[in-house]
Ligand binder design. Sequence first.
Ligand SMILES: [Zn+2]
Length: 246
Amino acid sequence: MSLVATQAFVLRSYKLGENDKIAILFTRDFGKVRFVAKGARKVRSRFGAAFEVLTHLRILFHYKENRDLLILDKAEILFSPFEHQTSLRIAYYIFYFSELINEFYPDHEKSQDAFTMLLNIKQALQKHQNLDFLARYIELQLLHSQGILSSVAFCSQCNRPFESLLEKRYLGLQTEIICRRCKTPESVVLSAQIVKSIDSFEKGSAQWAGTLTERTIDELGSLNYLLITRFLGKELQSTKLRKFLV
Ligand SMILES: [Zn+2]
């Protein structure tokens, strides 16, 4: 057992009995970890508002191997996303991003990519950057890094490379991109703009943001959401907030 200091972002928290809370944190050094925060539900808790989603924390805890729940000793707030921004749109994105990372990463698996993503989200909130852009970027990054969305370079069924960006691609029953010869009546055609945007993302092109018009942002958002729910096999909780957005 050793005392550990690291940084973390809050992905979720919920009540535990009368006085305590369970907080699911994405830590820099240990990946996703579940903590018990003793006394966190008391009015004058030493944890204060530390467990609002996406709060950036400096934490102190005793590390024990093979434990599902660890005791959190200390949590100091480095950044609180709800401090200045209270619009429903921003609140939605805060819940959406934290839910995505919570769903996509298993417990106790360190991921520098995921922690960097969380730091980028924090920066975007601080600098009032465009969260729609950021959402599309994070969705594509998650879908690609986990090998969920197949490449737009070739048909994932017959492995034939597509002739050009103009050749039609279809989305199969799950998350696979297929060609006109392999499509079924249930397949959905992808628009040329979407194909161009995903291709640019796959190539790591600096021009990627330039492929996103307002319409493409919405279209790509719907496609990504479909892929995410097909992969997870369920709707996201944060979707309930989404319908209040105009
Ligand atoms: Zn094919």
